[in-house]
Design a protein around this ligand. Structure first.
Ligand code: GDP
Ligand code: MG
Length: 369
């Protein structure tokens, strides 16, 4: 396989492309500026400039979240939603309102925990999972690590304010990620709310809402009174329907770590959004450089569960440490497999932190281009 061009390699090594070409010539290789180089050539050239190249797989390649399943194994799954928007426009209020109004009463006495994600059932029984980590910081941090766990983005905009810098950033992030957006125009209960002004500002950004003949769904809501929130969830489901979200529930589970911590009484606790397969008690799992058997699982209400299907967030006990948000969690058939990968990742991490020689990874190359 060829990776990058002589030109791109030059900018990575911070030298001119002419230097690259002349080094190649001195080594008996004739390359042109835009010629793509294979691993061997990259290694030799980089070495000439004092770099050591390490070829790593990106998280994405490694994750196999999108492992190819045959179509007959695929079943519909619930959408996973992230709420983004400017500070104080109502992200937390909206997440809280949805969580408290849609979590079926009776579940563990209604005591909900903040575990970084939750899922709800709408009035007509359809499921939606929410990442309860408002702000695009979490979204971008996870995406930078190769995690793709958002199907639909709700962009909250306060109707008594304007499109603000972080609103624009959130829109940008969703667009770059290719995630469909729904605009939730919030605080319409306020006397000075002016939702039309927001729609106008969106139109000025080339984001025309549906009722004005555009393609973007929007909903006027109040995270305080609950007005419009059922309709907003309906629109999320509509968007999800168009996306035809599916996963194979009958294979080893794959998911993404949303958050993880050390709990004094329970050991390492990780919140995982299962994305494919079904995670079960006793499964051998690996996330980052940590592995172990699933000892116990809890939903966001604190209720014990025995398994978690695609698009379900669960708290998982049993990993040997705390993985990072955005790490892929995968189930393996044998403990030996999981241990070997964990050990080699640990070794790579150790070497990387000890290495003094300048070095680049192909993962990095992929990110910088
Ligand atoms: P975040 O920074 O985006 O998470 O915003 P918050 O959810 O913390 O909300 C910021 C402030 O706006 C808080 O004081 C909320 O009580 C208030 N707020 C949020 N949504 C509404 C709403 O729909 N109506 C009114 N009147 N106030 C709201
Ligand atoms: Mg908040």
């Amino acid at each position: 396989t060829e990776f990058i061009s002589a030109n791109d390699l030059a900018s990575l090594l911070d030298v001119s492309v002419n230097e690259i070409i002349s080094v190649c010539m001195s080594l008996g290789m004739f390359v042109s500026i835009n010629q793509r180089l294979d691993a061997e050539a990259i290694t030799i050239i980089a070495d000439e400039f004092g770099y050591e190249v390490e070829f790593t797989k990106t998280d994405e390649e490694e994750s196999e979240v999108e492992e190819v399943d045959s179509p007959e194994d695929l079943e519909p799954r619930a959408p996973i939603v992230t709420i983004m928007g400017h500070v104080d426009h109502g992200k937390t209020s909206l997440l809280d309102y949805i969580r408290s109004s849609k979590v079926t009463s009776g579940e563990a006495g209604g005591i909900t925990q903040h575990i970084g994600a939750y899922d709800v059932k709408t009035d007509n029984g359809e499921k939606i999972a929410f990442l309860d980590t408002p702000g695009h910081e979490a979204f971008t941090a996870m995406r930078a690590r190769g995690a793709k766990i958002t199907d639909v983005a709700i962009i909250v905009i306060a109707a008594d304010d304007s499109i603000m810098p972080q609103t624009k950033e959130a829109i940008n992030h969703a667009q770059v990620a290719g995630v469909p957006m729904i605009f939730a125009i919030n605080k319409v209960d306020k006397p000075n709310a002016n939702p039309n002004k927001i729609k106008e500002e969106l139109a000025n950004m080339n984001l025309l809402v549906e009722e004005w003949g555009g393609k973007y769904q929007s909903q006027e809501i109040s995270a305080k009174t609950g007005q419009g929130i059922d309709e907003l969830l309906e629109k999320v489901l509509l968007e999800a329907e168009i996306l035809e979200l599916t996963a194979n529930p009958n294979r080893n589970a794959v998911g993404t770590v949303v958050e993880a911590s050390l709990d004094k009484g329970r050991g390492y606790v990780s919140t995982v959004m299962v994305q494919a397969g079904t995670l079960k008690i006793g499964d051998i799992m690996l996330a980052g450089q940590h592995y172990g058997r699933v000892k116990a699982m809890f939903d966001h209400t604190g209720k014990k569960v025995k398994e978690a299907e695609p698009s379900t967030p669960v708290q998982v006990l049993g990993l040997s440490g705390a993985p990072q948000a955005g790490d892929i969690l995968k189930v393996y058939d044998t403990e030996r497999e999981a241990r070997e990968i964990a050990n080699s990742r640990e070794q790579i991490n150790r070497e990387q932190s000890m290495r003094t020689k300048k070095h680049i990874t192909l993962d990095e190359i992929g990110r910088r281009l």
